[in-house]
Design a protein around this ligand. Structure first.
Ligand SMILES: [Zn+2]
Length: 449
């Protein structure tokens, strides 16, 4: 008798990020997401300057159990030097929920024969990241799936359902196996500009009465964050800009296209220009006008969008089109009151040239660090103190709160619920539901009784 369909968690177990979910049904083996695990495990061994060797990445990651030991998955090249022998692919497809690094970052190690299924919007983002000097995702047959149109793979029917998250082009999946539906949320929220998508996904999942519900739980456990929506971020940024007679500074995630749109709109409403990095300029011009993306300003076309040019030894080709209209530190010093300047933390040394006036507001539009001993958080505060910048943490999370997740699970009523992508899975306790805290690399029957 054939083995019943199973789901195996190869990552994302007791950690935020690193989701790698294998669904098997008969001969079909399909993987959902393939990103690196971060803290605490990854950070225990690799940090900043200390990274796996590019000549033997899988070998180095296997050493610390940071990547799963799956035959028939990796490329010959990535396996170089490792004791896992190369085998022709036995995994038939990889589906990607969204373009965040902790879900997509290890795609480069996957056998180039294995098709990778993504939304066209996700593909565009990955291209924009690769095109602006970001990491590569490797060569694959890219299969662009359409929202709400099932992809058939043998016994499996995979229905991509767009959801709202802090990056456009995020999907949840309904994986219809021969033993019932596996509903996988990816990363999602229901308080962002595309909340309706999340509601549609949950409604569709509800119709199936899922056998297994795999939910992210980023905000399960201690969650000190204030509840902001995209709209309330806008209101608060408006307030900060209103009270500022000089330069305003900010930082947001480089791919949070919604936030960039929000901050641009706020800057314009305050009669300011929005100043972004070359990388952001490239991203905005890559996604502008594309289906699935909010309206965004285009450098060189839209008023009130400027590009900040850091002094560099040499410029890459992708940077060159933006240099004509770029402004430098001297310009920012002279026109501070007309600007909202975005500055990644990695580019903080620019502050030494920018000389922001005392009390300049600094809008930190990213999630706050999770732990107290976060080194980056401490360094950030040191810089703010040194330059006497006023800290305004204003961020709408990309994730549902623990309360929302509980209500969602209870409404959905799956046979088994698996909380992943959280450091505190045991704290997820929806009433009347069976919650299984998955162990890494253990296959669970989809119809688990
Ligand atoms: Zn994400």
């Amino acid at each position: 008798m054939a083995r019943p369909p199973t789901v195996t968690f190869l990552g994302g177990v007791r950690e935020i990020g690193g989701n790698k979910i294998l669904v098997e049904d008969g001969p079909e083996r399909v993987l959902f997401d393939f990103g690196p695990s971060f803290s605490p495990v990854y950070d225990d061994f690799f940090v900043n300057f200390l990274q796996p060797r590019s000549t033997s990445p899988v070998k180095d990651l296997l050493e610390f159990d940071l990547i799963p030991r799956v035959p028939g998955l990796y490329s010959r090249e990535a396996l170089a030097g490792s004791d896992l022998p190369y085998e022709p692919p036995t995994v038939h497809a990889v589906f990607l929920t969204h373009a965040h690094y902790d879900h997509a970052g290890y795609l480069q190690y996957i056998d180039p024969e294995i098709p990778v299924h993504v939304g066209a919007d996700t593909r565009r983002l990955l291209e924009a990241i690769e095109g602006s000097g970001g990491r590569g995702y490797g060569e694959h047959p890219w299969e662009l799936h359409r929202a709400r149109t099932a992809v058939k793979l043998g016994n499996l029917d995979v229905l991509p359902m767009p959801v709202d998250h802090s990056i456009p082009g995020a999907y949840g999946y309904l994986v219809r196996t021969s033993a019932g539906t596996v509903a996988y949320t990816g990363d999602f929220r229901q308080h962002g500009p595309r909340a309706r998508l999340t509601h549609d996904f949950l409604a569709e999942a509800g119709k199936d009465g899922p056998a297994a519900f795999i939910t992210e739980g980023t905000r399960v456990g201690p969650d000190p964050r204030k509840e902001f929506t995209e709209q309330s971020v806008r209101t608060e940024v408006d307030r900060v800009l209103e009270r500022t007679g000089d330069l305003a500074l900010g930082t947001c995630y480089p791919r949070d296209v919604d936030r960039l749109a929000t901050l641009y709109a706020a800057a314009r409403a305050a009669g300011r220009s929005f100043v972004v990095s070359l990388k952001t300029a490239f991203l905005l011009s890559s996604v502008a006008g594309q289906p699935g993306f909010p309206p965004v300003p285009v450098p060189g076309r839209d008023p009130g969008l400027l590009v900040y040019e850091r002094p560099k030894q040499r410029y890459y080709n992708w940077e060159k089109p933006f240099l004509d209209a770029a402004v430098d530190a001297e310009y920012v010093r002279a026109h501070g009151r007309e600007l909202l300047l975005m500055l990644e933390m990695a580019h903080f040394p620019e502050l030494i040239d920018l000389r922001p006036p005392h009390g300049t507001p600094y809008i930190y539009s990213m999630s706050e660090p999770f732990s107290e001993e976060d080194v980056e958080a401490e360094v950030l505060q040191n810089w703010l103190r040194h330059f006497d910048l006023r800290y305004h943490p204003l961020h709408a999370s990309g994730h549902c709160s623990a309360g929302e997740l509980t209500a969602i699970a209870e409404r959905l009523g799956p046979a088994t619920t698996y909380p992943i992508h959280t450091n505190y899975p045991e704290q997820f306790r929806p009433r009347g539901l069976r919650v299984r805290l998955p162990e890494k690399a253990t296959p669970y029957p989809v119809a688990d009784r």
